[in-house]
Write a protein that binds this ligand. Structure first.
Ligand code: ADP
Ligand code: ZN
Length: 764
């Protein structure tokens, strides 16, 4: 609490009084799902302390209640003529300095309008808690000589120790901490306190960092000499940087084509004239490998990952705001890093779904970055081997610039991919997860002293539990999700809410014993691998084995040294790893993603196979990829096997166009959730109906399509029933408009909770 000043004018002054007295009015947004800005009188005494970007405490609601909010603008009371009868005044200003700049205010306002969340909610989500709480700093007492010291002293003779203290302090250019002062004056605190009591020394309080995080020094490395394709690509990027205008550049380059080296040299340019760059990567790629790469090339790199403490986050935020950091590497939220002179944003692995935030404000990092770069007049560089269809379509329709790196730096070919039809495999039909062809491939690799990576995106032992007696599948009591059997811990676990049952000896439905474990998770795969390849060391990486911080690096190092010969795991091992000795990669099942009821199932299958394939063929030893599937004729699998993104994209775009799905339309998903299914169902019907009617009455030539309502694919989650409906339109502003017109009454209901997700990526 910084400033609390009694109201200079009575609360609830009329507009006339405020205008007459020439008061200012602050526009304030609160942490509520409302698209409204509220107005409050700025008491005279607070005038010089408040401005856009400051947090404020304001009276809100009935009685003596208060809420915290953000000031987003100041205007003279006169300008509000007639609009407001009674204005309340700001109670407190909570920060000495504004927490965010005017450009960031503009950006967050855009997010609130595009993603339909309250501006205050966006600000609350964007500014780290550590920054709001001043974490890691403390008020420290600094001492300086009193004003008019000579006058006060007159002809007084001080004791010798006090005299020394005063001399030291007078000689110092800046105020000193008590411990600094006693050290310099070679005395205890007695003489200092004596001087303070007599009023010869005065104290001021200032905030200072308690501890700064330790920065390891990294050996610096020279930039590599680019090959001709990289140089060509860099030339275009530099010319975009030099243009002073915003442009989005899509860099489509296969894995190992040297994209990261291009990012580094583009950033080099930006840094050379004193600007900063932000590099956004999926959280999972924030590996020591990536970090080392940037730290070895630039002097000051801040890495913002999810394990930072509030204090560390605050410290980084301040360093960045002071312009002391050249390059910020981080996941999603680093897009809000408060750089004073941003020169470039890079998004690596642009297609990753983790760039979409899954809680309010549900922004997509790519779109926020695009907007931020637009505001700053700088380029946005997207890099990936498998662009999203949204980014690809923008590039091929020339809205964005398309640049390509079609081959690997090393000129090594991409590895051949073998599609294995599991329907005809003698081993798979007996329930094994490693088919005959894959097994032979693994044996050959091991015999040649190669290493193997096996990918399966289900953790646990068995992803489903089934009762032989009554055919019930055993679900979480709170979620509509099958429990996964974790053999090592002897529990059935819900992967959504962490519900666990250790007493599943019988079916909870019919109470017969003998539950069956269906399907294969990484634990079961590990068991099969150990049984099949006796004596071969195998390492499993999934979120169960990688709980402890640092275990990720330890496991990968052990694999790099060749101690383990087979690495198996989930998504965790699909990305970024570079092990020259890996000569076989196996996808245990490409069907798990392909069969999901999701408009992006084909896209994700293509991405997965090509990411996984990128883990091999990284040296002269070459490599092979085996993809097991029961749908070997599906085009995402066929195209991925040919490494032919262009053909895949072409075909997929036709599907999307016919289905009227993104990138040809925008979707917005409305989820209605609550504990009583009947009410949720009823509300979802009412709401969809209201939206439909509002649409039919709209004047616009294009109508928003309303699909649903229907139970969401995951109908129950954490005790809540979930229904949803979708809006779809070519022009996203029609969706915005419809929401603003029609959602208000429903948002007030307190028997259900309503979530709006614009451009959703998770449709479950
Ligand atoms: P990507 O980001 O496209 O996967 P990287 O930038 O990681 O590709 O490059 C792949 C490998 O090639 C890395 O080991 C990198 O050091 C190396 N490399 C990249 N560019 C060059 C170059 N111009 N000359 C030599 N080696 C390079
Ligand atoms: Zn659950």
């Amino acid at each position: 609490k910084l400033f609390s000043i009694p109201d200079a004018i009575p609360d609830k002054a009329s507009w006339e009084t405020a205008a007459e007295a020439d008061y200012s009015v602050a526009k304030v947004v609160l942490n509520l799902p409302l698209l409204t800005e509220f107005h409050y009188i700025v008491p005279d005494a607070l005038r010089e302390w408040i401005g856009p970007g400051h947090r404020v405490k304001v009276p809100f609601g009935r009685g003596n209640r208060f809420a915290n909010g953000y000031c987003v603008g100041i205007l003279p009371a006169k300008e509000l003529e007639g609009k407001f009868r009674k204005l309340k005044s700001i109670a407190e200003v909570l920060d000495k300095e504004p927490l965010i700049s005017s450009r960031m205010l503009e950006l967050t306002k855009w997010i609130s309008e595009y993603y339909l969340s309250g501006w205050g909610q966006v600000l609350e989500g964007v500014i780290p808690a550590g920054v709001k709480n001043n974490s890691g700093t403390r008020e420290i007492l600094y001492l300086h000589p009193a004003e008019n010291l000579q006058e006060k002293l007159g002809s007084l003779k001080l004791p010798p120790k006090q005299k020394v203290v005063l001399d030291v302090l007078t000689a110092s250019d800046s105020p000193l901490r008590i411990d600094e002062l006693t050290k310099l004056a070679k005395c205890g605190t007695g003489p200092v306190n004596g001087l303070r009591e007599k009023g010869f020394i005065e104290a001021i309080r200032q905030r200072a960092d308690v501890t700064a995080p330790e920065m390891k020094d990294f050996a610096k490395e020279e930039d590599l000499e680019l090959n001709s394709s990289q140089s060509e690509v860099l030339k275009h990027i530099l010319s975009s940087i030099g243009s002073g205008k915003h442009q989005t550049i899509l860099l489509h380059g296969v894995t190992g084509s040297g994209k990261t080296e291009v990012y580094i040299q583009a950033i080099r340019e930006v840094v050379s004239y004193g600007r900063q760059a932000i590099v956004l990567v999926p959280e999972i790629s924030l590996t020591p490998q990536t970090i080392r790469r940037f730290r070895s090339r630039f002097d000051s790199v801040a890495v913002l990952h999810s394990h930072l403490s509030d204090a560390e986050r605050h410290w980084h935020w301040q360093q960045i705001a002071k312009g002391k950091i050249q390059v910020i590497v981080g996941a999603r939220s680093a897009v809000f890093a408060p750089t004073p002179h941003l020169g470039l944003i890079v998004i690596d692995e642009e297609h990753e779904t983790s760039f979409k935030q899954s809680t309010t404000p549900r922004y997509h990092t790519r779109e926020v970055a695009r907007k931020r770069c637009d505001i700053e007049g700088i380029p946005l560089l997207l890099g990936t081997a498998t662009p999203t269809l949204e980014s690809w379509n923008r590039a091929i329709t020339k809205k964005d610039l398309l640049l390509s790196l079609p081959s690997r730096v090393s000129d090594l070919p991409l590895p051949p991919v073998v599609i294995v039809d599991t329907r005809n495999d003698p081993q798979c039909s007996k329930g094994a997860s490693i088919g005959r062809i894959l097994e032979t491939g693994i044996r050959t690799a091991l015999a040649d002293k190669g290493q193997v990576i096996l990918f399966l995106n289900l953790r646990g032992f068995a992803p489903a539990l089934w009762c032989r007696a009554c055919s019930a599948s055993i679900k979480c009591p709170d979620c509509d999700i099958s429990l996964t059997w974790h053999k090592d811990r002897k529990i059935a676990l819900c992967h959504s809410c962490e519900y666990q049952s250790s007493s599943l000896k019988e079916c909870p439905n019919c109470h017969q014993p003998g539950l069956q474990f269906l399907g294969v998770g990484t634990q079961r795969l590990e068991q099969e691998v150990r049984a099949k390849f006796r004596g071969v060391k195998c390492l499993r990486m999934d979120s169960d084995t990688m709980r402890k911080p640092g275990s990720h690096d330890i496991a990968l190092e052990s694999f790099r040294r060749g101690e383990a010969r087979i690495l198996l795991g989930t998504q965790m091992i699909a990305k970024g790893l570079d092990f020259p000795n890996v000569t076989v990669v196996g996808v245990i099942s490409a069907d798990t993603i392909l069969n999901q009821p999701d408009i992006r199932a084909a896209e994700r299958t293509y991405q997965l196979i090509s990411q996984v394939a990128g883990r091999t063929g990284r040296s002269e030893r070459g490599g092979r990829v085996f993809v097991q599937t029961s749908s070997p004729d599906e085009y995402p699998i066929l195209c991925a096997a040919e490494h032919d993104y262009l053909r895949f994209a072409k075909q997929e775009l036709v599907h999307r166009q016919n289905a009227l799905t993104p990138p040809y339309t925008h979707l917005a998903r409305v989820i209605i959730r609550g504990e009583i299914e009947e009410i949720v169902k009823q509300r979802s019907k009412e709401m969809a109906k209201a939206f439909l009617e509002a649409q039919e009455n709209s004047e616009h030539s294009e109508k928003v399509r309303i699909l649903g309502p229907a139970p969401a694919p995951i109908t129950k989650l954490k005790k809540n029933y979930r229904y949803h409906f979708q809006m779809s339109a070519r022009d996203v502003s029609l969706i915005h408009q419809l929401w603003k017109e029609s959602s208000k009454d429903f948002l007030k209901m307190n028997d259900v909770e309503i979530v709006i997700d614009v451009d959703p990526v998770d449709l479950r």
